[in-house]
Design a binder for this molecule. Structure first.
Ligand code: SF4
Length: 69
């Protein structure tokens, strides 16, 4: 499990579950950019948009929670 910490949210990514359908990259390309390291930057969109995109992940590879301070 890989964790990507933003100021408001943390996104977790489980590469073993990802079906590489590219849903996240197409839906919110500023946050999910597979050509960048780290490839997920939760601060590049507002929290609601990130939550909504994570909810659309068809494989359950992405999860989101509030950042711990
Ligand atoms: S939306 Fe989910 S399954 Fe699709 S590429 Fe992104 S992490 Fe992988």
């Amino acid at each position: 499990m890989n964790t990507f910490k933003g100021k408001v949210l943390e996104v977790e990514y489980d590469p073993g579950k990802c079906s590489h359908a590219g849903e996240c990259v197409r839906g919110l390309p500023l946050v999910f950019d597979s050509s960048r390291t780290p490839w997920i930057d939760p601060d590049k969109a507002d929290a609601d948009a990130v939550r909504a995109q994570v909810a659309k992940c068809p494989s359950g590879a992405l999860t989101v929670r509030n950042s711990s301070s």
